[in-house]
Design a protein around this ligand. Sequence first.
Ligand code: FAD
Ligand code: NAP
Ligand code: SF4
Length: 684
Amino acid sequence: MTQAYPNLLKPLDLGFTALKNRVLMGSMHTGLEDRFWNIHKLARYFAERAEGGVGLMVTGGFSPNMVGQLSPFASTMNNRGTAILHRHVTSEVHDAGGKICLQLLHAGRYSYHPFSVSASATKAPITPFKAKALSTKAVDKQIDDFVSAAKLAKLARYDGVEVMGSEGYFINQFLCERTNKRKDKWGGPFENRMQLPVEIVRRMREAVGPDFIIIYRLSMLDLVEGGQTWDQVVKLGKAIEQAGATIINTGIGWHEARVPTIVTSVPRGGFSEVTAKFYGEVSIPVCTTNRINTPEKGEEILASGKADMVSMARPLLADSEFVRKAQENRSDEINTCIACNQACLDHVFQLKRASCLVNPRACHETELVLTVAPVRRRVAVVGAGPAGLAAATTAAKRGHLVTLFEADGQIGGQFNYAKRIPGKEEFFETLRYYQRQIELLDIDLQLNTRVDADLLKKDGFDDVIIATGVKPRTPGIPGIDHPKVLGYLDVLKHNKPVGKSVAVIGAGGIGFDVSEFLTHDFSHHPEGQQADFEDWKAEWGVQPDFEGPGGLAERKPTSSPRKIYLMQRKTSKVGGGLGKTSGWVHRNSLKHRDVEMLGGCSYDRIDDQGLHITLSDKDGKALETRVLDVDNVVICAGQEPFRTLYDELASEGIKTHLIGGADVAEELDAKRAIRQGTEVAAGV
Ligand code: FAD
Ligand code: NAP
Ligand code: SF4
C-alpha cells in the first residue's frame, strides 16, 4: 500500500528520542485534570489516543503553583504526590506506544480567582479579578516554580513539558507593553520583557538535563493592541532555541483578542501562514496549528515547507483513531472535528467536563463503553438526522442488524441546512462520515421512505428508535399567512427568493445563521467553499504580512446584499444565548454587515406595509412602535417535537425509544441529539 501522507506520517528525530510521526495532539483542558479522582479517566482518554497512533501528545495546562491556577483548585503540578499519581497517565500512554508532555501553564491575570498575579496590576477583560503586580524577587520565584514543575513532570515520567508562552497567559503578559508596565529588569525594552521565558527555558533545561522534551509555545501573532511585532517574535524564538527548547510550537491570538482563531468560520489551516513566515528562523523543529482538521490539510502544509509538525487538538478529541485511519488510507472514515466548540471549549469555559459534539465518548471513555451486543437484534431507526445517525451507527457497531428509514432523499436532517451557512461548511464532514459508516456497517438505509406505524408493525423489529426530529414553530402573529412571510426552511431548503430587506423573527442559533446566509455575497464566495484566507484577514482586521504590533490592521468593511433586522422578544443581549466561545463571533460578524439587532420586540402584525413592532424596555414598558418596511419576514422562532409516529405507536401499546428533537425540542442541538442517540443505542 502506498503511503498517502508521506510528510505527515514521517518520523521526526529529536536526537535523544524520535517521534513516530509529525502529528502533535495539542493541549486541551478537559476538566479531568482538575480532580485527582479522575486520573484513571484521564489516563484512558490519553491511552486511546496513543493507541490511535498520534506521534506526541500534550496534556491540558497544569499550573506550576497556586497563584497561576486557571480557577480555584484547577490542575497544578507542584508536589511529589501529584507527580507520582500522574504515573497512571504516563504508564498507560507508554504501554500504548505513545509519548506525552505535560503542559505548564501559568494563567497570570487570566486566573479566575482573586489571588492572580501578573507583570503589572491589570485586569483582563475576560475575568472579574484584577491581578497584582509581582515584585522583582517574586518573578524569580515564578521561574523557580516552572523549573520545579518540569522536574516533577520528569518524576511523573512524562516525556517532556510544553511551556505555555502564548494565548495571553502569564508569559505573554510579560512580553507585551499592553500588560507589562514594569520599571525593573523584567520590564522596559523588549530585550528585558523577553527575559522571563528565556530564563524559564534556560533554567529548566539545566534542571531536567538534555534528554527531556521542552516544547515552547511561542506567541507568533498576539492579535491584540500593544502586542509583539514580528521582529520581536523572531528575536524571542531565536533566544528560546539558544536557551534549550526542543520544539517551538505556534500560538495564535490572546483569549481576549477580538479576532476569531479557531471557530469553524476560520479558514482551514489559514494560520499556518504565520508559522511559515517564522519557519527557517530557528534550526529546531517548528510546529504549526489552528484549524487543521484533516490529514490532507496537514500533509499539504508540511509538503509545502511551512513547518515540521502539525498540532491538532480538537480533531483528536473528535476521533481518537485519526492517525491510524490516515496511515491505513482510510481518511474518509475519520470523524472530523467541525470546530463548533460546543462540547469542548464551551464546556471548559462553563467549568464542565469537555467532550465532543460528534464524539460523545471523548473524555468519557471509561463510562460510555460500546460493548458487543450479547444478542443480535433487528433494530429500526426512524429518521436520519444527527440523532438517528448516531443511534443507527452505534447499534450497528455493537453487532445489531439495523434498518435506517429516512423520509427525505438524503441523510442528515437539519444538518443539511446548517452546512449551507457560510462559515459552517465543515458540517458537511459529519454527513460524509456517517454516510461512510452506513456503508461500512452494512446498515440497510431506506431513503425516501416516510415510515408509518403499519410499516413498522409489518416488519416486526425487536427495537424501534424514533428520531423524527422537529418541526419549525409558527408563532401566532396577525398576518402570519401574508405572502411575504417565509419559514427558515423556505430559505434554506426550498430556495425561495428573498427580497432586499428582511426581518428575521427569532434570534437563536438559526436566526443568526439565516441572517449570515442572507447577508452573504455568494457571487464573491460561492456556497460550500470556505472563505479565502486573504479575504478573511481583511474582514477581521489582520495584517496581510503579520508585521506590526499584534498583527492587527483596520477592518475592511463588508457589504451585504440585503438590509436585515434580527429580532427577539427578550430584552437581554441579542444572541446572548449563543455558544460561549463562538457567540461573539456571530454577533460581531453580523454587526460588521450592519444587521440591526432589536431586543424587547413584540410583533404586532404583518401586512403589505411590512412588520409592525412595539419595542419595550426590560420592565415591559412600551418605548416605541415601528413599521419595518421589509420585502420578507423570515420566521426562526424555534421548533417543536415532530413525533406523530411515536404517539401513534404508543397508542397501540408498542414500546419505542424516543431521541433527539422528537423527544425534547427545547434547547435541542446536535450535541444533545448525537449524545442521546449514542447512549440509547449503547443500551439496546
Ligand atoms: P432532525 O435533524 O430534524 O432529523 C430528523 C429526521 O427525521 C429528518 O431527516 C426527517 O426527514 C426524518 N423523519 C421525520 N419523520 C420521519 C418519518 N416518519 N419517517 C422517516 N423519516 C422521518 N445544532 C448544533 O448543535 N450546532 C449548530 O451549529 C447548528 N446549526 C444549525 C443551523 C441550522 C440552519 C439548522 C436548521 C439547525 C442547526 N442546528 C445546529 C440544529 C441541529 O441541526 C439539530 O439540533 C439536529 O439536527 C436535531 O437532530 P434530530 O436528529 O433530532 O432531528
Ligand atoms: P432557539 O435557540 O430556541 O431560538 C428561538 C428564537 O425564537 C429565540 O430568539 C426566541 O426568542 C424566539 N421565539 C421563541 N418562541 C417564539 C414565538 N412564539 N414567537 C416569536 N419568537 C419566538 O432555537 P433555534 O434558533 O431554532 O435553534 C434550534 C437549536 O439549534 C438551538 O437549540 C441551537 O442551540 C441550535 N443551533 C445552534 C447553533 C450554533 O451555532 N451553536 C446554530 C443554529 C442552531 P424570544 O423568545 O426572546 O423571542
Ligand atoms: Fe471539534 Fe466541536 Fe468536537 Fe470540539 S465539540 S472537538 S469543536 S467537533
